[in-house]
Design a protein around this ligand. Structure first.
Ligand SMILES: [Zn+2]
Length: 345
């Protein structure tokens, strides 16, 4: 195994010990996963009074979004929700979240570098941090980093193998759902029941993990929610919710431009696919109504996927980033999100 830097902690044990040692944040166990593993949420800041009298659908039906969440108070504090490890083999964001927690708690990251500007921003917003929403999936990957691993390692451990031992791969792994009865090795994509949270049955009976995330998004109506993923050796990018109002898509594109600028100022590239608001929702077949779209419809604010490079030695597209680049991308993402929410107030 290659040398994993101090700032790159991603195991379930690391997650648990870091969230449990938090003193400034308030820790909640949202639920236990299908495989009976705890899912932790850390919150920083103070609650906003929404004066809620209706759910979002009814509030919009009444032409008054403030009936769902009144955000007009002068002392309103914007809320950012960051969710790691939706897919258990994609924990680049989890590593960064654990450092963000350490920066807020102790003024420095896990490598003991201080990030005063990030801390100052974090102290001004409400933060909801769920380092690992899919601990079952995380447990299906028996190591702490994909940096230096091969594309086939990722396929094996993240998407798993069919009953005959062949690699499921993407996108074929989505053609069976829940996948559990079809596989030999259950990959990190899935909870122990074989559910891919990104494609749960949102209008039917949902996995406990998905329901927990729904409840958080509805209760706190975060102003921006980011589901942190890894996308092999892609250029880092945001994927906005395909099924959302034009106003929300414009906000995602607006944020994307700010993120691109901040990345470039720090010598990093960002791929920007959201500029024309076309997510394939009018194609045939249309883009899937997936978790970010569902969450957007619950809280009325942008919920997006963030795809990070995973540092593989080989992949069909792209070059693997190193640890520092993966980490820097996430820190800039977090900072830009906080700046964006504060500037919009
Ligand atoms: Zn993913």
């Amino acid at each position: 195994m290659n040398n994993i830097p101090k700032f790159y902690k991603t195991s379930l044990t690391d997650i648990e010990s870091i969230v449990k040692s938090a003193k400034k944040g308030s820790l909640t166990t949202l639920c236990n996963s299908a495989g009976n593993r705890p899912i932790y949420m850390l919150r920083y800041g103070k609650d906003n009074a929404f004066n809620r009298t209706a759910n979002l659908s009814s509030a919009l039906g009444g032409k008054d979004k403030s009936c769902f969440a009144d955000k007009s108070a002068p002392d309103y504090i914007p809320t950012l929700c960051l969710v790691g490890c939706i897919h258990g083999g994609e924990f680049e964001g989890t590593a960064a979240l654990l450092n963000l927690i350490n920066v807020i708690e102790n003024g420095c990251d896990l490598a003991e570098d201080s990030f005063d500007d990030l801390k100052a921003l974090a102290d001004k917003v409400n933060l909801i941090i769920i380092p690992c929403i899919n601990p079952d999936g995380r447990s299906h990957v028996p190591f702490d980093s994909f940096v230096g691993k091969t594309f086939n390692d990722l396929r094996y451990y993240n998407q798993g193998t069919w009953a005959d031992g062949t690699l499921c791969g993407w996108p074929e792994c989505k053609k069976r759902h829940p996948i559990k009865q079809y596989v030999d090795y259950l990959g990190g994509y899935f909870n122990d029941d074989g559910v891919n949270l990104m494609h749960d049955d949102f209008f039917g009976k949902k996995a406990l993990e998905t329901q927990a995330l729904f409840d958080v998004c509805e209760r706190f109506a975060p102003d921006f929610t980011v589901l942190l993923h890894g996308g092999t050796n892609c250029k880092n990018h945001i994927i906005g919710p395909a099924y959302a109002s034009l106003e929300i898509k414009e906000r995602v594109a607006d944020f994307e431009q700010q993120l691109k600028q901040n990345c470039e100022e720090n010598g990093l590239n960002l791929y920007t696919p959201n500029v024309n608001f076309d997510y394939g929702e009018n194609a045939n077949p249309p883009t899937s109504f997936n978790l970010p779209s569902a969450l957007t419809h619950l809280c009325g604010e942008p919920c997006v996927t963030y795809e990070s490079n995973q540092g593989l030695t080989d992949a069909p597209i792209g070059v693997g980033s190193d640890y520092q680049e993966i980490y820097n991308h996430h820190l800039i993402l977090f900072k830009t999100l906080m700046q964006y929410l504060l500037n919009k107030r």
